[in-house]
Ligand binder design. Structure first.
Ligand code: SF4
Ligand code: SF4
Length: 470
């Protein structure tokens, strides 16, 4: 009993330290609000681009297709030499006893063909050195067939399928090289996955076509037999000067502390309030009917943050720097969203992965997310859920004129404040050893009232407020 009291006290102190660190912008390892003091199972999680940005589709909103302009001309296929060096060094860089997670992405990573992945698995077995490994592949699904799905099922691969919702929603922006919708091809891929019992989840890009119809999008996924979905808001600006100099069509990701004067959005970008409303409408449906049976990853991550656990997604974590990418030629970059020459860290053929991750360049990139948070965010009631979100989208100004506010701010505030009272109930259930899904029982669905200021419960369990010390 006494021990439990001590543990609770320690937890309380840690929560207070995290909240204080957030409000003050402290970045020391002891007090930085990493949401947990448990040792992390892996130190970084790399994403590989075996075929560069090459893709058989031409989705309007894709931010990676145009990265072709930054690569050497010619064929962008990962060679066996690069593949072997990558697998060997990546496994060696991960903690002993942990699971090494391989993520394959593109472009469209199936374009490189199955033999490439057979070879990758051969190398993984050769260099495993007692470590376990898993593979996930993010695909548009249009090239999946029996042979692919046999391979994926046998190796227990996890597939991320890019699907935006019903046909007209999906086909608004996800077109093929002839300008025709890709929905039918993706659904064929989904059916083969299901037939072969391959584990899959859906990555749904959210555009103005989907924010107009949140519940239709949600119901579509449930009816299609999807069990896990992640919503990804599309936010892209028209090219700025930096992009034009690099020969790109989309604005370059914001650098830490940069003040963007003119913001011109692409037509396929969501509006911030509409995105917040989209999440709220789906959340209301989910929390009443589907907790525990249908996973909306955005809600799972937000609940984890509410409970002071790691969110599981970099956007809602305090720092960046743990999600590098490796391009087809072995070049390593800070992040998928910062694949620009100034964020190149080295090459896997000649450099050590661990050293690249610990380099001053990558450390600065990682720390900048927290360091550059505007005061408005530090005083925000939902700060420990949002963390100012992805720096790439911090191109707006706060109401008092400070640069560095996230474009999605209003939408996130709306969503987190809306969901917080429900998360409060779910957290209490989990702490009492009950499943969070019990919230769906009508007598439990009595949620704490919003404060007179209309802010609901601050986005952290119990007594912690990010505004502490204000
Ligand atoms: S820049 Fe954005 S996508 Fe990249 S690690 Fe940071 S939060 Fe994640
Ligand atoms: S909701 Fe807005 S103010 Fe709050 S942390 Fe996120 S971006 Fe900053």
């Amino acid at each position: 009993m006494r021990k439990r009291g001590k543990t609770e006290n320690k937890k309380k102190l840690r929560r207070q330290a995290r909240a204080k660190a957030f409000a003050e912008g402290t970045t020391s390892a002891q007090t930085a609000p990493t949401a947990t003091d448990e040792p992390e199972p892996i130190r970084f999680c790399m994403m590989a681009k075996p075929i560069g940005p090459a893709c058989n589709l031409r989705c309007h909103y894709c931010f990676y297709l145009e990265k072709d302009a930054l690569l050497e001309p010619g064929d962008h296929r990962m060679s066996e030499e690069v593949l072997e060096a990558y697998v060997r060094k990546y496994i060696a860089s991960q903690l002993a006893g942990g699971t090494v997670e391989f993520h394959w992405q593109g472009g469209e990573p199936t374009l490189i063909g199955l033999d490439f992945y057979r070879k990758a698995v051969e190398f993984q077995r050769r260099y495993a050195n007692g470590k376990r490994f898993t593979n996930t592949i993010q695909t548009n699904g249009t090239l999946l067939d029996e042979e692919w799905c046999n391979f994926l099922a046998k190796g227990k691969w996890m597939v991320g399928l890019s699907l935006d919702g019903p046909k007209d929603v999906h086909d608004t922006y996800r077109l093929d090289t002839r300008g025709e919708g890709s929905f039918d091809g993706v659904m064929r891929g989904l059916e083969v996955l299901k037939r072969h019992r391959v584990e899959f989840n859906v990555l749904a890009s959210v555009t103005p076509a989907s924010t107009a119809r949140p519940l239709e999008v949600y119901d579509f996924f449930k009816e299609a037999g999807v069990k896990f979905v992640q919503f990804m808001p599309i936010v892209e600006r028209l090219p700025d000067r930096a992009a034009e100099e690099l020969g790109l069509q989309l604005a370059v990701g914001v650098r830490s502390g940069e003040a963007v004067q003119t913001v011109r959005m692409t037509p396929w970008s969501v509006e911030t309030e509409a995105y917040g409303e989209f999440l709220c409408r789906i959340f209301d449906e989910w929390v009443r009917n589907d907790v525990g049976s249908f996973a909306v990853m955005n809600f799972e991550w937000a609940l984890a943050n509410y409970m002071g656990r790691p969110a599981g997604v970099c956007q809602w974590m305090p720092k960046c720097g743990r999600s590098p990418i490796i391009e087809y030629n072995g070049d390593v970059y800070a992040c998928d969203h910062y694949m620009y020459p100034e964020y190149r860290l080295g090459n896997v053929l000649t450099d050590d992965l661990q050293e690249m991750m610990e380099s001053p360049k990558q450390c600065r990139f990682g720390e900048a997310k927290l360091d550059a948070l505007p005061k408005y965010c530090r005083q925000c009631p939902v700060g420990p859920a949002c963390w100012g979100e992805c720096p790439k989208r911090r191109f707006c100004h706060t109401p008092d004129g400070e640069a560095g506010l996230n474009y999605l701010c209003a939408g996130y505030r709306r969503f987190f404040e809306h969901a917080a009272p429900h998360f409060h109930v779910m957290a209490k259930l989990v702490q009492a050893g009950q499943p969070a899904s019990k919230i769906m029982e009508s007598e439990i669905m009595v949620i704490p009232q919003a404060s007179p200021a209309g802010r609901g419960i601050p986005f952290h369990e119990n007594e912690d407020r990010v505004s502490e010390g204000r």
